[in-house]
Write a protein that binds this ligand. Sequence first.
Ligand code: CMC
Length: 429
Amino acid sequence: MSELDQVTLNAGDKAVALPVLKPTLGNSCIDIAKLPKETGCFTYDPGFTATAACKSAITYIDGDAGVLLYRGYPIEQLANQSSFLEVAYLLMNGELPNKTQFDAFDHEVAHHTMMHEAFKNFLGGFRHDAHPMAMMVGMVGSMASFYHNTLDLEDPEQRRLAAIRLIAKVPTIAAACHRYSIGWPVRFPRNNLEYVDRFLHMMFEVPSEPLELPPVAAKALDLLFILHADHEQNASTSTVRLVGSTGANPYACVAAGVAALWGPAHGGANEAVLKMLAEIGDVKNVQSAVDKAKDKESGFRLMGFGHRVYKNFDPRAKIIREMCHQVLNELGVNDPLLDVAMKLEEAALKDDYFVQRKLYPNVDFYSGIIYKALKIPTEMFTVMFAIARTAGWVAHWLEQQEDPEAKIGRPRQIYTGYDKREYVGVDKR
Ligand code: CMC
C-alpha cells in the first residue's frame, strides 16, 4: 500500500495537491475530483483500468496474489464451509448470520419465490427459440412493473425487501425461461427444498414422476453459485451501480446487470468456452487452436482464459477444477470435451505467449463442463451466472443507496468529432 498522503500534479506553472485515499486493503487511490476545476483537464482511462468509481466494503480482490475475499472471508473457506444462501446473506448484510438469522432469511427468501401469474403471459410473448438471457433481461426488468408505484427507495426496509425478492425470484424466472424454451409447463417453486435444490426441481421436474437428483448436483451448483456471487466492480456490477445512481427502480438496475453479464467478455464466456471446446473437438486439434489464439489477425481468443484483475491465477478456477473432476467421477460422465479442456490448459500454460501475458484459466473455463454434466443446456450457462451474481448485484445496489458520497454516474469524454459547422441544405450536399 502506498505511504503517500498526497501527490502533486504539475499543470504548467500550477502545482495541484491531490489527496491519496487509503483503503483497508489494496491500492491507494489518488482523489482527482478537483482536477477539472484546478487544471481544466479531465482524466482519460478507457475501460476504467486505473479508476475506482466508488468506495465498497463488500468484496476484495488481489489479482497478483490470487486472493478473493467476501466481506473479509477467503473464497476457499466459504467454498468449503458455507452455502450460497448464507453467502448471499453475508454479502447483503456484512456479517455471517447466526442460526436464527439464517433461518429467518431462508424462510423469507423461500416465501418470495413465486411469480405473479401475469408473468406467464409475458413469458408467452417470447419466440419459442429466444435465447434465455434475452428472456432474462426482459423478465427481470418486468419485475419493475409489478413493484414500482409503491416502492419508496428512501425506506431501508423496502430496499431490503426488493433485494430479497430478486434473490428469491430470479431462479424461478430462470427456470421458467428454460422450460418455456423446451415447451414444458412452468413448475412452481417448492418451499420445502433448499435454494439450489428448489431451482434444480423447477428446471427438471416433470409432473408425471418424481425427480431423483444425485447429491453431487446440488453440491456442485451451490459451489458454483458461491464462486460467482460477487466480484467487486466488474462490468455487470458497475452497470447495476451506474443505473442505480440515477435512482432507477432496483429491478430495472438488475435487468441492466443481466444485459451486461451476457457478453462473451464477461459472463457469456462460459457458454463460449463450451462452444469453443466443441469446435476444437479433439485433443489433436488443440495446438492449432492455441496457435490461432496467438495470431492477432485471426480475431480468435481462448475463451475462459485471461482476466482483467487476476494476473497470477483465478482462485475460483482452482476450486472449480477440483469440483469438475468430482462431478464427472461421481456421475460417471466420460466427457471428451474435458480431455480437450485439459490438453488446452496444459498447452496454453507452457506457451510463452500466455505465460508472458499472464493468461490463466478463469472461473468460466471449468464451470461450463460442470453445467454440461448436470444436463444444463449451454444457452443456460450465463443464466446460471446471473442467478448467482444477483446476490452481489443487490448487495452493491443496497450499499450504493446508503452511500453519502454516491453521485449520479456521468463519465466525461475526449471529443474527436467535428468543430462547429454550418448546416447545409439537402440540395447542396
Ligand atoms: N486468448 C488470447 N489472447 C488473449 C486472451 C485470450 N483469452 N486474453 C487476453 N489476450 C491477450 C490480448 O490479445 C493482449 O495481447 P497484447 O498485449 O499482445 O495486445 C493481452 O493478452 C492483454 O489482453 P487485454 O484484452 O488487454 O486484457 P483485458 O484485461 O482487457 O481483458 C479479458 C480481460 C477477460 C476480457 C480477456 O482476457 C478475454 O477476452 N478473455 C476471454 C474471455 C473470457 O474468458 N472472459 C471471462 C472473464 S472471467 C469471468 C468474468 O469475470 O466475467
